[in-house]
Design a protein around this ligand. Structure first.
Ligand code: TXA
Ligand code: MG
Length: 328
């Protein structure tokens, strides 16, 4: 199959809608990362997305809508859900509610809940509005790879597997939405993201879900390997920074091609630096982009960790997984 990368003009949004109606997956930009869409009403369309990504069948997809007003067609509102939807949508957040039968069980992998998201991105909004139906979409990467934050990254993973990528340029947030269970009285953060526990404090005290060993996870995605670059990666906490130069030197002596993903100032040695910008927001925006750039010319990457607070917690969560738990 030929994969076309096209600008998001009205005729190409319509072309995307036609592909979805034929059960062919279409990639589109959001403010977090690129998504790989299917018509959420079509079991066959949804299965085609799982197949293109190589995604385990028990990991549910998020349903994307143009407007929060459409949530009632897909799920049962709760008072907490309404409050948070009013405050945070559109935005980089996914709310988990009890699903209605309109959502195909293929989307939710048999769960009785569904994740709902209203992206805050002009192209995502225009595409969802053009479609008019709910669009189920995971991140548009091959399963276990870093999420794509540019159209070129989608092409790298899915060339020949999907007919169309709508190119909306680089994503503003750069890591995936906060997934928040709002079925009860208190929000439970299942996946940290740009919307933090501190942001939720204005509405309700949030709980952050931690997966305990031996327990089956409340969010199936938690049990899979994620964001893995093609080379080895090691996390460097700020308090371990003084060990970095020696570790780089040693690895280079062993003949390894070493790269450092960091904010300029964190590292000043010989290995090539892949910038993570200045602020925590920059780190999120550049993390997956820089991982994909660095893996092409490195055997080993050292990755600067942010402080473990606020939005830094979400960035650290992705870095830990990308490094497979390895730390300096
Ligand atoms: O920012 C994002 O959320 C991006 C863009 C494309 O919207 N999407 C995304 O989708 O990251 P995906 O499929 O890569 O990650 C969805 C995560 C998975 O970890 C999945 O297990 C969890 O959300 N999830 C989906 N539905 C759920 C549900 N009903 N209950 C608990 N977790 C759910
Ligand atoms: Mg994903």
């Amino acid at each position: 199959m030929q994969t076309r990368l096209l600008p998001p003009g009205p005729e190409n949004l319509e072309l995307g809608r036609q592909f979805l109606l034929q059960d062919l997956p279409v990639a589109f930009p959001t403010e977090t990362v690129y998504g790989l869409g299917a018509d959420a009403r079509s079991g066959q369309g949804v299965r085609a997305v799982f197949e293109a990504k190589g995604r385990p069948a028990d990991n549910p997809l998020i349903v994307h809508l143009a407007d929060p007003g459409q949530i009632g067609e897909c799920a049962e509102w709760t008072p907490l859900g309404r409050t948070l939807a009013r405050a945070l949508m559109p935005g980089p957040v996914t709310l988990v509610l009890r699903k209605k039968p309109t959502v195909s069980p293929a989307v939710t992998a048999g769960l009785d809940t569904v994740g709902l998201r209203v992206p805050d991105h002009p192209v995502a909004h225009a595409f969802l509005q053009c479609c008019g139906f709910p669009v189920a979409a995971p991140s548009a990467n091959t399963s276990s790879r870093p999420s794509p934050t540019t159209a070129e990254a989608v092409l790298e993973d899915l060339r020949g597997r999907i007919p169309l990528i709508l190119d909306g340029g680089p994503c503003r947030v750069g890591i995936e939405s906060s997934v928040i269970d709002v079925t009860g009285d208190r929000p439970v953060i299942l996946r940290p993201g740009r919307v933090t526990a501190e942001d939720l404090a204005a509405f309700a005290e949030a709980e952050t879900y931690e997966l305990r060993p031996g327990e089956s996870p409340r969010s199936p995605g938690l049990k899979y390997r994620h964001y893995a670059p093609a080379c080895e990666a090691v996390l460097v906490r700020p308090e371990r920074r003084e060990l970095l130069e020696e570790a780089v030197r040693q690895a280079m002596q062993e003949g390894k091609r070493v790269g450092v993903l960091a904010r300029p100032g964190f590292y000043a040695g010989e290995a090539p630096l892949f910038s993570l910008g200045q602020t925590v927001d920059d780190m999120a925006r550049l993390l997956f982009f820089s991982l994909r750039a660095a893996e092409k010319e490195s055997d080993l990457l050292f990755v600067e960790a942010p402080e473990d607070s606020g939005f830094g917690r979400a960035v650290l969560n992705r870095m830990r997984k990308a490094c497979g738990g390895r730390e300096l």
